[in-house]
Design a binder for this molecule. Structure first.
Ligand SMILES: *[C@@H]1O[C@H](CO)[C@@H](O)[C@H](O)[C@H]1NC(C)=O
Ligand SMILES: *[C@@H]1O[C@H](CO)[C@@H](O)[C@H](O)[C@H]1NC(C)=O
Ligand SMILES: *[C@@H]1O[C@H](CO)[C@@H](O)[C@H](O)[C@H]1NC(C)=O
Ligand SMILES: *[C@@H]1O[C@H](CO)[C@@H](O)[C@H](O)[C@H]1NC(C)=O
Ligand SMILES: *[C@@H]1O[C@H](CO)[C@@H](O)[C@H](O)[C@H]1NC(C)=O
Ligand SMILES: *[C@@H]1O[C@H](CO)[C@@H](O)[C@H](O)[C@H]1NC(C)=O
Ligand SMILES: *[C@@H]1O[C@H](CO)[C@@H](O)[C@H](O)[C@H]1NC(C)=O
Ligand SMILES: *[C@@H]1O[C@H](CO)[C@@H](O)[C@H](O)[C@H]1NC(C)=O
Ligand SMILES: *[C@@H]1O[C@H](CO)[C@@H](O)[C@H](O)[C@H]1NC(C)=O
Ligand SMILES: *[C@@H]1O[C@H](CO)[C@@H](O)[C@H](O)[C@H]1NC(C)=O
Ligand SMILES: *[C@@H]1O[C@H](CO)[C@@H](O)[C@H](O)[C@H]1NC(C)=O
Ligand SMILES: *[C@@H]1O[C@H](CO)[C@@H](O)[C@H](O)[C@H]1NC(C)=O
Length: 457
């Protein structure tokens, strides 16, 4: 049975030339010739070369094993089997989704009470395409109207195994094109997790962000391979690799991301975040924000270190996006401004860019096209102690000959923004040409500033 599954995969692989290549076919084609029921060792987590802001707690090894049953028919909801195995192995055990097995999840899973447990996912897991069900039952996270297929939280949880989670995103990309207010689930919801690791997994076709990390501390993501683009004319929107929110001491490292929105984004109250060794393609960069979207709220992004990023085919490399001090509406689901807060102690070091619109972008006029209005109502968010260094490579033709943009809404809300070792060139060969405004230009080393704002510098 198991062997047949993998042979079927090879057959599909051979015949697949004409049909659309699905995530499931990709999963099958990656299986070994002989599929076996086994338990994988938990991957070692090493922090190289940068260390997390705080030491991670130790995770004791697990005792008993619980193998998850499956209908293995790509149709019947396997959620009861999954919950059953997790209940049996919570508090000290290991839940195994065996290699070559398929699971269907058609029920929103409350996994918020996990404790000292490992989930060894070697299998292929697909979430159902029942958009009505998920809109009514996905876990509503309030922030940006995001929902999640499941909520994984608790204490001391490790998820790994080389398997694949498939969000069945196409139906959502098409639905979103018809109605921007649909509630799209995030593929992997890490909500309220304290101490844990998510590693060696493949995430495909998320309806919305791939990862939402909220109310969590001491969580590391490592060796995650993210991919999924729309196969229709409706692009996959808001498919951020990671969004961190109300979380501290999070590490995201050694991963490959092919998506169409932020590669990683630090949302309100993300502190002590380390991001290193990522390969991002097609994204909107590694972004602080957007922040200040909601009046009356105070957003903090502080102590963030981003190191060794390869950025391809993106709108931005290093990006800080903050809403202006006045509410604005760019579109129905992109509106806000007027919120307060601070962005402080942010470091980007060593980034290579290829075909990126702006190597660096700092704006306090996010979501607003009228720069005059932004200067009239400066942002209520301050940006301080930012250092961006060793950024090199080539930009796209989008803003030719400009390679970067560092524009605050008033000198009083930005200080100590430093650039160093910038070597970015536009396709026509113009080097280090930036648009600057309302920042201390003496700290922007090695670039040529063309000033935009009246009364700036
Ligand atoms: C949804 O999935 C079911 C079960 O796999 C399938 O029969 C059906 O055709 C799918 N519907 C759409 C609209 O893709
Ligand atoms: C996080 O915790 C707060 C306070 O308990 C709660 O209101 C909120 O719903 C939780 N989840 C998210 C995503 O903020
Ligand atoms: C990640 O997945 C993509 C898409 O399937 C694949 O082309 C790539 O080789 C994978 N990368 C790594 C490092 O596993
Ligand atoms: C996508 O748009 C192009 C150009 O408008 C059109 O020719 C093509 O048929 C469309 N494809 C699909 C799948 O709708
Ligand atoms: C962020 O933290 C600040 C300071 O503790 C708090 O006032 C604010 O409500 C928090 N915001 C969110 C979205 O949790
Ligand atoms: C600022 O961030 C760096 C890492 O980039 C860290 O070493 C340092 O301790 C932080 N500063 C403060 C005051 O926390
Ligand atoms: C960048 O985009 C081009 C054109 O679509 C593609 O050929 C190339 O593989 C992409 N680069 C990476 C690293 O994915
Ligand atoms: C959230 O949904 C409500 C109700 O549909 C809508 O009014 C609001 O604009 C949405 N907000 C975002 C950020 O999408
Ligand atoms: C931009 O904002 C300014 C100041 O409020 C206003 O005078 C001007 O008409 C606006 N421009 C556009 C194009 O809306
Ligand atoms: C936010 O900024 C606007 C314009 O810059 C100002 O009028 C308003 O008082 C500020 N609000 C807060 C809460 O600081
Ligand atoms: C400027 O910010 C850097 C961190 O990016 C910090 O090390 C330095 O002390 C700050 N300088 C001042 C004058 O605050
Ligand atoms: C700035 O522009 C001038 C004139 O175009 C050029 O000679 C110089 O090399 C540029 N400087 C940098 C740092 O790119």
């Amino acid at each position: 049975m198991q062997l047949k599954t993998s042979l079927a995969g090879l057959l599909l692989h051979a015949l697949g030339a004409t049909a659309t290549w699905t995530a499931y076919q990709e999963y099958l084609s990656g299986l070994p010739a002989h599929v076996s029921k086994h338990q994988d060792p938990r991957p070692a987590i090493t922090f190289e070369p940068k260390q997390p802001f705080e030491k991670f707690p130790k995770s004791p090894s697990r005792g008993r094993n619980c193998y998850v049953q499956s209908h293995n028919d790509m149709e019947t909801d396997d959620s009861p089997y999954i919950l059953d195995a997790i209940n049996k192995c919570n508090n000290g055990g290991r839940v195994i989704f065996p290699q070559g097995t398929t699971y269907v999840i058609g029920t929103a899973l409350d996994l918020s009470q996990l404790c000292h447990i490992d989930l060894d996912i070697q299998a292929y897991i697909q979430f159902t395409n029942d958009t009505d069900y998920w809109q009514a039952n996905g876990f509503f996270q309030t922030f940006q109207n995001a929902t999640t297929f499941f909520e994984l939280g608790g204490e001391d949880v490790n998820v790994y195994g080389g398997g694949m989670l498939d969000g069945n995103g196409q139906i959502w990309y098409d639905l979103y094109a018809a109605n921007i207010y649909i509630l799209r689930p995030v593929l992997f919801g890490t909500i309220g997790l304290h101490s844990g690791s998510i590693s060696n997994l493949r995430f495909r076709y998320s309806p919305q962000y791939y990862n939402f990390v909220a109310n969590s501390t001491d969580v590391v993501f490592q060796d995650i391979n993210i991919s999924g683009f729309s196969q229709s004319n409706n692009t996959a929107k808001n498919t951020d690799g990671w969004d961190t929110y109300r979380s501290s001491n999070i590490v995201i490292q050694n991963s490959v991301i092919n998506n169409g929105d932020d590669c990683v984004s630090f949302k309100p109250n993300s502190t002590e975040i380390l991001v290193q060794n990522l390969h991002c393609n097609g994204s909107h960069g590694i972004s602080v924000g957007s922040l200040g979207q909601y009046p009356g709220s105070y957003d903090i992004v502080e102590n963030v270190e981003v190191y060794n990023i390869s950025m391809f085919n993106a709108t931005d490399g290093a990006r800080i996006k903050v809403w202006p001090g006045v509410p604005s509406a760019l579109s129905g689901d992109l509106q806000g401004g007027g919120g307060a807060g601070r962005v402080n102690n942010i470091t980007y070091e060593d980034m290579s860019i290829t075909n990126v619109d702006y190597a660096i972008e700092v704006t306090q006029c996010y979501g607003q096209k009228n720069l005059t209005l932004c200067n009239e109502f400066p942002s209520n968010l301050t940006i301080t102690n930012v250092k961006i260094s060793n950024v090199h490579g080539t930009t796209s033709t989008k803003y030719e000959p400009i390679s970067g943009y560092v524009v605050c809404s008033s000198p009083s809300v930005c200080s100590n923004i430093t650039l160093d070792g910038i070597a970015v060139v536009s396709p026509s060969g113009v080097e280090d040409e930036f648009t600057c405004g309302d920042v201390d230009a003496s700290l922007l080393h090695g670039i040529n500033c063309t000033t935009v704002n009246k009364g700036s510098n």
